[in-house]
Design a protein around this ligand. Structure first.
Ligand code: TLP
Length: 348
């Protein structure tokens, strides 16, 4: 009989802390579609300030934030260059294509990292046969790349090339604050290279709902129109924005604990013969590992772990992801390592 579940499936599974719930319960609210919710306004101003942008927009999800981010730069018949393993390309139903008529040009990176040399020559000629290359989207940290932090100089070089080539730049910074805490490079410094930046409050920051899209006042005014047509205009959203605001004030620095726990988990995994870290380097809060097919499938391994009270996510027939976050501590990590050792020994 399992007493408690340690949930490593995603950093999205966190529940608001009592202090966060209190801030939400006490939030001053108004109708945000009328621009009258003081808490949403405060959150948008704070997010813009942290990201060094003129304005920001509170949106219900990272998916909507990326969708709108692409849409403010591109019109139907335009093309976005992105990394082949990126979230926007793989896990958002190609919303940019379905809803905005935008094509994607995926380029294979190394654990999510693109090199500037790969991009030279990708801009389509001005000719009626081709789509118009308009945008470069990067992801930092990179989810499928194993929580990889984009090298700062590479980001700078890619965005410089993009701007010199007349392209816009968008950052999927769902986990940007993980990169901030791990590198000590402030969010505004990362963000200065991008025309629009999306950040999520509902991942490592531990808030229940929402993301923000930041950029120039003009782009964000346009983004506000797109949010409305997508059904993302919310009313007394201050209730949830208060959780996000609380997270920005109290949950950024503590991401370092998640990174330490991820490294502890990775060390444990590296001692289990049937498992192999992939990538071996763990930069932030995501740990990916491969299950030896002689043991069984990733799905079977995950099911066996579940019976021991440990939840992880099979991301392919052979690979598993574990995310550390606010609701898993060192004891959960140690429980997970013990469970993995046990399961690996037993055989599939
Ligand atoms: N990622 C989720 C799943 O969709 C895979 C997770 O558990 O990691 N950008 C990145 C880099 C993301 O990882 C995610 C969510 C999103 C955007 C979308 O955010 P939401 O879920 O708020 O739409």
């Amino acid at each position: 009989m399992v007493e408690r579940l340690s949930d490593f499936r995603s950093d999205t599974v966190t529940r608001p802390t009592p202090a966060m719930r209190a801030a939400m319960a006490e939030a001053e609210v108004g109708d945000d579609v009328f621009g009258e919710d003081p808490t949403v306004i405060r959150l948008e101003e704070r997010a813009a300030e942290l990201l060094g942008k003129e304005a920001a927009l509170y949106v219900p999800s990272g998916t909507m934030s990326n969708l709108i981010g692409v849409r403010v730069h591109c019109k139907p018949g335009d093309e976005m260059i992105c990394e082949a393993g990126s979230h926007v390309y793989n896990y958002e139903q190609a919303g940019y294509a379905q809803l905005s008529g935008v094509a994607a040009r995926p380029v294979e990176g190394e654990h999510g990292v693109l090199h500037p040399e790969q991009l030279a020559g990708l801009i389509r000629p001005a000719d009626a046969h081709f789509v118009r290359t308009r945008l470069v989207t990067l992801e930092n940290t990179h989810n499928r790349g194993g929580g990889r932090i984009q090298p700062y100089r590479t980001v700078e070089a890619i965005c410089r090339w993009a701007h010199q080539s007349g392209l816009a730049t968008h950052l999927d910074g769902a986990r940007l604050f993980n990169a901030v805490v791990a590198t000590g490079i402030p969010a505004a410094e990362w963000a200065q290279h991008f025309d629009t930046v999306s950040v999520c409050f509902s991942k490592g920051l531990g808030a229940p709902v929402g993301s923000a899209l930041a950029g120039s006042s003009d782009l964000i005014a346009e983004a506000r129109r797109h949010r409305k047509v997508l059904g993302g205009g919310m009313r007394q959203a201050g209730i949830i924005a208060a959780g996000a605001l609380y997270a920005l004030e109290h949950h950024i620095d503590r991401l370092a604990e998640d990174h330490a726990n991820a490294r502890r988990l990775a060390d444990g995994i590296s001692q289990i013969d049937q498992l192999r870290l992939e990538p071996e380097q763990v930069d932030t809060n995501l740990v990916f590992f491969r299950v030896d097919p002689r043991w069984g499938t990733a799905e079977e391994f995950v099911a066996a772990l579940k019976s021991k009270g440990v939840l992880m996510l099979a991301t392919s027939p052979v690979k598993i992801r574990a995310a550390t976050h606010l609701d898993v501590g060192t004891a959960d990590v140690d429980q997970a390592i013990a469970a993995m050792k046990d399961v690996a020994r037993r055989g599939g």
